[in-house]
Design a protein around this ligand. Structure first.
Ligand code: PLP
Length: 368
């Protein structure tokens, strides 16, 4: 039986990577904003259609340091239907996450519920473009303006996504991307913060925070961390960026096959295409309604597993149910997210997943 994992990292050929890193063995410049790092920043800013970009060692540190750089205080409105990183980044900055529910259509923040959660302690909204589905960026902007709040997007899943021809990171005050090995575009580990408005000193602040708070040799102004992207990571990024459009096109084919096979089955809910959005086909989440489908999510998960197919219960558990946050949050606040977390399964999806593999996965799910 052929084993199928939920994802498989994109990589260039060994020859292409070897060629890209060759000069590092002459220059011995391995990290600290070297030529590869700078070249990748420039190429990514163009690809992502955003004015400012800073690279980081990983997406989580990018988000943590972005929150620090924005000087937020008190409460931050966010969602629990996400990866651990989003909530941890808020808490590790000494801030209080206030959980807003998600909407049942695309699983992003339910914008009709944000305003009721705003208090005098609220300083920001931190929504997640979950699975590559974009949030209602216009409504979030309207709410944020009205209440003088900052908006930071967790855009870890939306590499290359565009809305009405604009790069997704051009919305809000800033956005974080993850370039982890499992994401649509990877630098092995890596991440970025992107934003359009640079008149507020955000660029300088972030540059300092990822390098110990050092402004120049004699001046250390911030309590910074170390989160610089090294040259081997950047070289991987330069290679992968050459192929990412092809990879996304191949992902699209896989998604279309899944839609074809699973789309009209009673008790299975799949994601719909969003209007005016150029998608990246990052994940394929499926919701199983046990009453109509006849099997629970966990039963489908186990059934795939005995067939050596490893789907993921992504996102389960919700971040507001984590052991480390025990007793701090009321699950009754996010009933839609809680329900989704019990019914969702993300199916294997990567560029080189073959159509017969997709068919095998669908046959097992449909009991054929
Ligand atoms: C992957 C991910 C992160 C963290 O990114 P890393 O690069 O793995 O540190 C943050 N948020 C979400 C939603 C993610 O999926």
């Amino acid at each position: 039986m052929e084993k199928i994992l939920v994802t498989r990292s994109s990589m260039p050929t060994l020859e292409e990577y070897a060629e890209e890193i060759k000069d590092l063995f002459e220059t011995h410049w391995l990290t600290n904003m070297g030529p590869k790092h700078n070249a990748l920043e420039e190429k990514l800013a163009e690809y992502l259609k955003v004015k400012n970009i800073l690279l980081f060692s990983n997406g989580h540190m990018a988000l943590e340091l972005l929150i620090q750089a924005m000087g937020l205080s008190g409460e931050v409105i966010t969602t629990p239907f996400t990866f651990a990183s989003t909530t941890h980044a808020i808490v590790r900055n000494g801030l209080t996450p206030v959980f807003c529910d998600v909407n049942p259509e695309d699983y992003t923040i339910d914008v009709t519920k944000i305003e009721s959660l705003i208090t005098e302690r609220t300083s920001a909204i931190l929504p997640v473009h979950v699975y590559g589905h974009i949030c209602d960026v216009e409504e979030i902007e309207r709410i944020a303006k009205k209440h003088h709040l900052k908006v930071i997007y967790d855009a870890a899943h939306t590499f290359g996504v565009e809305y009405r021809g604009r790069g997704i990171a051009s919305f809000g005050d800033a956005s974080m991307f993850s370039f982890h090995a499992t994401k649509v575009f990877n630098t092995i580990e890596g991440g970025a913060v992107c934003f359009n408005n640079s008149e507020n000193g955000l660029r300088e602040k972030l540059f300092s925070l990822k390098n110990f708070g050092i402004w120049d040799e004699d001046v250390i102004k911030d309590v910074g961390a170390n989160s610089k992207m090294n040259e081997f990571q950047a070289a991987m990024g330069l290679c992968n960026l050459r192929h990412v459009d092809d990879e996304i096109a191949k992902r699209k084919k896989v998604v279309e096959r899944y839609q074809e096979r699973l789309g009209r089955t009673g008790g299975i809910r799949i994601s719909q295409e969003q209007r005016d959005v150029k998608a990246n086909y990052a994940y394929y989440p499926v919701i199983f309604e046990p009453e109509t489908f006849g099997k629970t999510r966990d039963e489908v998960y186990d059934l795939l597993k005995v067939n050596e197919i490893y789907a993921r219960k992504y996102f389960y558990p919700l971040t507001n149910t984590f052991d480390c946050y025990k007793g701090r949050f009321d699950l009754g606040d996010t009933p839609v997210a809680l329900d989704l977390s019990k019914k969702v399964l993300t199916l294997p999806l990567y560029a080189d997943l073959r159509m017969e593999q997709v068919d095998r996965i669908c046959d097992i799910i449909l009991g054929k």
